[in-house]
Design a protein around this ligand. Structure first.
Ligand code: SF4
Length: 324
């Protein structure tokens, strides 16, 4: 639909905008838990509490926790002696808690239990004498953390079907694969199919490693994108699951944009847009979704519809050390 495009002050002539809001969207159970861990650690131990890496990939969340007394650093050697430190939801290589113990630092591990599950799977495969092919994105903290669960040379990273074609394992090699939790469901299925074709004996995890939150958010975008002229995804440029949501929409032929805050939306983006899809990555709070709806309302008469692809009621327990 080619709507005329009024300035924000022409309220009386605002043309309609159909807004399809994806559900589920936004915070997952692992992000909720990680944020609560930092908040409870500040309450229990007092500020400052150091956090190794952004607790979750969202600037709004990180800034809110900074205001409460969290200090974000990239490496443990930036944490002063005697100060508590929290490890982020993405997980850490084994060397990190080992170093914290050596320095007698009080640490709280906010690794998402679904990432920890992949860590345990990696250990089990190595115990069984298998080499692990890990499907993930190089340099993502979750990948660094998972690869750091095993010794160097015990795990090989593949990012694409082409990487699988280039693998040079002989028929005698015992192989297993695992995946990052926040990948594209469709791309990963292709990569696993390529692995199984090249190495028919390769062992995979019993249940999917891509987490429920990633799969559900992608499924919801698949439902809204075909009816939308544009999809907005609220998330950070370093948030893997948010980037995948943009890709899912684009593969369905719908323009999609990643935004961190409503203020980034430009009026021109809405030209010719009659139906807009909206979702948020697993580390983006609902407050940012409402902020976007309000901004859209400055230009258009917004008619919201929620399109639900799944229901979520997952809750993860907090570490015991924060419960007493
Ligand atoms: Fe855990 Fe999935 Fe959320 Fe990552 S996106 S924190 S793996 S639930």
């Amino acid at each position: 639909m080619n709507a005329p495009f009024p300035s924000p002050d022409q309220n009386s002539t605002k043309p309609p905008l159909q807004l399809l809001i994806a559900a589920p969207r936004g915070f997952c159970a692992g992000v909720d838990r990680a944020i609560e861990i930092v908040e409870r650690a500040i309450e229990k131990y007092g500020a400052p509490v150091y956090v190794r890496h952004e607790i979750v990939h969202n600037k709004y969340v990180v800034d809110s926790l900074k205001a409460k007394g969290a200090v974000f650093v990239e490496e443990l050697d930036e944490v002063p002696d005697g100060v508590p430190v929290v490890f982020s939801a993405h997980g850490v290589p084994k060397s990190v808690p080992a170093e914290a113990q050596k320095r007698e630092l009080l640490y709280v591990d906010a690794t998402c239990p679904l990432v920890s599950k992949v860590h345990r799977q990696a250990e089990r495969q190595i115990e069984k004498g298998r080499h692990i092919i890990f499907v993930g994105h190089a340099d993502h903290p979750e990948v660094i953390g998972t690869m750091g669960q095993v010794e160097p040379g015990q795990m090989t990273l593949v990012e694409t079907v082409e990487d699988v074609a280039a693998l040079e394992f002989g028929p005698e090699e015992q192989l297993a694969y695992l995946t990052q939790t926040t990948l594209s469901v469709d791309d990963t299925a292709d990569i696993i199919a390529a692995l199984e074709q090249r190495f028919p004996e390769v062992r995979g995890p019993k249940a999917e490693d891509i987490c429920y939150a990633t799969s559900n958010r992608q499924a919801a975008v698949k439902q809204i994108a075909p009816s939308a002229d544009l999809v907005l995804v609220i998330g950070a440029p370093n948030s893997s699951n948010s980037l995948r949501l943009v890709e899912v929409a684009e593969r369905l032929g719908t323009n999609a944009r990643l935004i961190q805050r409503a203020s980034e939306i430009e009026a021109e983006w809405l030209e010719g847009v009659g139906t807009l899809g909206l979702t948020a990555g697993a580390s983006a709070p609902e407050k940012l979704v409402r902020e976007v709806v309000e901004r859209l309302g400055e230009w258009r008469t917004v008619e919201e519809t929620t399109i639900a692809a799944a229901e979520e009621n997952m809750v993860f327990k907090l570490p015991r050390q924060l419960l007493d």
